[in-house]
Design a protein around this ligand. Structure first.
Ligand code: HEC
Ligand code: HEC
Length: 366
């Protein structure tokens, strides 16, 4: 399933022309160069057993024209073999101690890599205590997890692996289990020049995750100049989103400032949020502002999944929050009419990219 901002089904010569154009465009040059490197590596005697249909790197690294350039680390370089290993690891239940859970169990492709329940189940049926977030445009995220305490995607991989409520495993045992997989070993050598180990597992997963790029929602098409992409209601909702200060925290193309705030969800918090990191009482109930992309698939909402629908979310903000002492002053009663509430909701839904979710489902290995 091609994503509509790219040209995946064009005939070969059109595709080749597109790559040439891409290679000439400064912001794409790095990616295009790496693509050619990957082609050269693969055509130099296809050593990697590949059970899946071809998915060229150019198809997964293309950035929508209105996004800034994606930053892929130089080391290790993005390669087809490394990316394939990451993709397969994401769907591999051998990462969990009892072989029952994969990353995709909580980050389901059909739900824009989130879950439909408030708290997902980990290995041995353990129940977590936070709602699984959507995985989208991670290449541009500076900090991860709800309290924004994890500085890189590579480091983040260790969190679910070792968490007793998630995989309940350890990286050494995972290495041992995966080392016997000949295909993984081949990808590891080809992509990283070394046998499969903790370095390879964390880098491969992060490499795959950086290519989860979503920028084809009605709002994106509207930004690109399609005046009909958003409904009248969604356009009125956008004006409200700006006027009523939502945009203060849900800012920019990612709809987040990546900073922790208390949005007044509760009067008292079971999960203390960023306080877990800082032990500063001013951080109780503060959580990293989440992106608002792809909300159509990510209910229930908030860190504890306590709001079932988007109307519940709008009602929460309209009421002005529960009044925790740390509540940010920009969350205050809004006095929206029923029509305005519906407009705001229409705008939030216009940030949902169905081509991303359709494409995400083609990533599931056979
Ligand atoms: C049992 C469910 C579960 C599994 C399995 C799981 N995750 Fe998560 N994931 C979560 C939850 C819950 C959070 C939020 C954690 C927090 O903030 O403390 C999260 C957070 C994340 C984040 C941070 C997102 C952000 O915006 O800050 C990334 C990235 C991520 N997971 C990737 C993965 C990868 C890769 C795997 C497999 C190695 C994985 N997850 C396995 C439930 C899960
Ligand atoms: C002071 C900063 C701030 C303001 C202002 C703000 N939000 Fe939020 N928003 C947050 C934070 C922080 C969260 C996450 C809280 C949590 O997970 O418990 C959040 C969560 C959300 C969510 C749930 C996302 C999800 O995936 O669970 C939606 C939807 C949302 N906000 C919409 C809005 C709208 C609409 C407005 C304006 C009426 C608004 N926000 C104003 C900080 C803010």
């Amino acid at each position: 399933m091609p994503r509509t901002h790219r040209n995946a089904v064009a005939p070969a010569y059109l595709q080749a022309m597109a790559w040439v154009r891409q290679a000439l465009e400064p912001r794409r040059r790095v990616v295009a160069f790496r693509w050619w490197m990957a082609v050269a590596a693969l055509s130099g005697g296809c050593r990697v057993p590949d059970p899946t249909p071809a998915m060229p790197l150019s198809d997964v690294t293309t950035v929508p024209p209105h996004f800034p350039e994606a930053v892929f680390p130089d080391e290790p370089p993005l390669t087809r073999a490394g990316w394939e290993l990451g993709r397969h690891l994401f769907f591999d239940a051998r990462l969990s101690v009892d072989g029952s859970i994969r990353c995709a169990s909580c980050h389901a492709p059909a739900l824009s890599f989130s879950d439909s329940v408030a708290f997902s189940r980990g290995a041995d049926n353990a129940v977590g205590f936070r709602n699984a977030p959507v995985l989208v445009n991670l290449a541009w995220q500076p900090r991860f997890h709800r309290e924004a305490g994890i500085p890189s995607l590579e480091a983040q991989v260790l969190a679910p692996l070792q968490d007793p409520l998630e995989f309940n495993h350890d990286i050494q045992s995972v290495e041992e289990v995966l080392r016997s997989d000949a295909t993984y070993q081949a990808w590891s050598e080809e992509g990283f020049g070394r046998p499969l180990d903790a370095y390879v597992v964390t880098r491969a997963l992060a490499m795959f995750e950086r290519t989860l790029i979503s920028g084809n929602a009605p709002y994106d098409r509207w930004l690109q100049g399609d005046a009909t992409a958003m409904s009248e209601a969604a356009l009125r909702g956008l004006a409200l989103f700006e006027e009523r200060q939502c945009i203060e925290c849900h800012s920019g193309l990612w709809f987040t400032d990546f900073e922790p705030h208390n949005n007044g969800l509760h009067e008292t918090y079971v999960d203390p949020g960023t306080y877990r990191l800082t032990f500063d009482s001013a951080d109780i109930g503060a959580f990293k502002t989440p992106t608002l992309r792809n909300l159509a698939w990510t209910a229930p909402y908030m860190v504890d999944g306590s709001l079932a629908t988007l109307s519940d979310v709008v009602a929460h903000y309209n009421a002005g929050g529960a009044g925790h002492p740390n509540q940010d002053p920009r969350v205050a009663p809004l006095g929206l009419s029923d029509l305005e509430k519906a407009d705001l909701e229409a705008f939030l839904l216009a940030l949902s990219d169905s081509s991303y979710v359709a494409w995400a489902q083609t990533l599931v290995p056979d």
